[in-house]
Write a protein that binds this ligand. Structure first.
Ligand code: DX5
Ligand code: ZN
Length: 214
C-alpha cells in the first residue's frame, strides 16, 4: 500500500492544529527539521514537535536536515517522533550508525536520507540497520520546488537493494511530489510519498491525499 506523508513545512504555522487535523487521512506527519547549516534555511524543532505530538495519533516522520544528527536524535524520539531519518552526508558513517542505534534504543524507527547528488550506493552500509530510506527528489531546504525526475533510476536501484537485503524497509521520496509525479515515484518503487505544497495548496486535502495514493 502506498503511504502519504504530508509535510507540515507547507502548513500555516499560525493554524498548525487545524492543518494537522486536515491531514487525518494520511499515514505519517512529515516533520522537516533544518539547522541553517546543513541546508540554507531554518525551520522547526523540538518544542514544535512536542506540540504536534499532542495534536495527532498519526506516526510522526522527523526528517533531520541538520549536521551531526547524532547529537539530537534521542531528543527527537523523546519529543514524540516515531521515525527519525538522518542524512548520510551530515556526519561520518560511524556517527550515522550511532544515530541509528540511538533511535532504535528508544524503540523508534530509523532511516537514512540521500541528497540528489549522493549515489544510491551510499545507503548500502546502512541498509540492514534501516526501517526506511528517503530519497530526496529536490535539493533539501525548501518546499515548493520542481520534482527531479532524474532521481528515478536511483529510487529504482535502492528498491532493488531493499528487495534483496531488507524487504521490510520502506522507501520514501521527498520533494516536488504531486498527483502526476507521484505516479512516477510509485512506478520506480517508492512506497511512501512526502508531499507538502501539493497537499496544503489543495482545496480538498482528503481528496488530494487519496489521489496521491494512485
Ligand atoms: C524539503 C523538505 C520537504 C518539503 C517538500 O527540504 O524536506 O519535505 O517540505 O515540499 P514539497 O512537497 O512542496 O516539495
Ligand atoms: Zn522532508
Amino acid at each position: 500500500m502506498i503511504k502519504i506523508a504530508p509535510s507540515i513545512l507547507s502548513a500555516d504555522f499560525a493554524y498548525l492544529g487545524r492543518d494537522i487535523e486536515a491531514i487525518a487521512t494520511a499515514d505519517y506527519v512529515h516533520f522537516d527539521v533544518m539547522d541553517g547549516i546543513f541546508v540554507p534555511n531554518l525551520s522547526i524543532g523540538i518544542p514544535v514537535l512536542q506540540s504536534v505530538r499532542k495534536m495527532t495519533a498519526l506516526p510522526i516522520d522527523a526528517h533531520l536536515m541538520i549536521v551531526q544528527p547524532v547529537r539530537y536524535v534521542e531528543q527527537f524520539c523523546d519529543a514524540g517522533a516515531d521515525l527519525v531519518t538522518c542524512h548520510v552526508e551530515a556526519d561520518t558513517p560511524e556517527n550515522i550508525h550511532l544515530a541509528l542505534e540511538k533511535i532504535h534504543a528508544r524503540g523508534k524507527r530509523a532511516g537514512v536520507v540521500v541528497k540528489p547528488n549522493t549515489r544510491a550506493e551510499a545507503v548500502l552500509p546502512f541498509l540492514e540497520a534501516c526501517d526506511i530510506i528517503l530519497v530526496m527528489t529536490v535539493e533539501p531546504g525548501f518546499g515548493g520546488q520542481k520534482f527531479m525526475a532524474d532521481m528515478m533510476p536511483k529510487v529504482a536501484q535502492i528498491r532493488r537493494y531493499i528487495d534483496e537485503r531488507n524487504p521490510a524497509c520502506e522507501l520514501e521520496v521527498d520533494g516536488g511530489v504531486d498527483a502526476v509525479t507521484s505516479k512516477t515515484c510509485i512506478a520506480s518503487g517508492a512506497n511512501v510519498l512526502v508531499a507538502g505544497s501539493a497537499v496544503y495548496r489543495s482545496a480538498d486535502i482528503p481528496a488530494k491525499i487519496k489521489e496521491l495514493r494512485g
